[in-house]
Design a protein around this ligand. Sequence first.
Ligand SMILES: *Cc1c(COP(=O)(O)O)cnc(C)c1O
Length: 207
Amino acid sequence: MNTLSPISSITLEGRDFFIKRDELIDPYLSGNKYRKLYSLLQTPKNKYNKIISYGGTQSNAMLALAAICREKEWEFIYYTQTLSPIVKEQKYGNYYESLYLGMKTIELERSLYKEYISGLRLNLDDKSLLIDQGGADVSAKAGLEVLASELREQLKDEKFSKLKAIATPSGTGTTALYLALSLPEYTVYTTPCIGSVEYLKEQMQAP
Ligand SMILES: *Cc1c(COP(=O)(O)O)cnc(C)c1O
């Protein structure tokens, strides 16, 4: 696994943009998922025997967890709302690939979903780890600090001397928040790709 991802550049309408190519790190842990799940990747196999998570079946975090669990030989249980027959039969995509990697899905009816998910954390034994939707987790801090120090090192190069801002898309906002905290010398911009600005602010303020 090559962790020091390169920086590419692109010129759009006369302006230079630089792109940190984290999607090249691993085929399954694409983009920021490698960073967010960094601590889990460093965790010894014998610490857990089961990882539990939940969310949608298009999730990149789900696929990343499926890949990690396969490598660590951990059971991976994923809760999701009732799936359409189309999703179940598809022979491509994140859900299909995650099943191939050994994920077990448990479908929950829409009306029971929220309550059931809130109850998950109450019934954990010490060999099971619950990871919130999208891989949002305080342990993401460690991996994003690694990204920040990589960036700080790479951006010392003269060609980046005019760089003042960094932009990243947000799901849970975990990446944007920890990146902004770890790189105070840059302005970090983000935009919600799911939900609203309010949802994002709320997430970032969660304890
Ligand atoms: C997971 C993901 C995001 C969102 O990251 P957060 O840390 O949850 O905000 C954005 N873009 C892509 C491609 C992702 O896979």
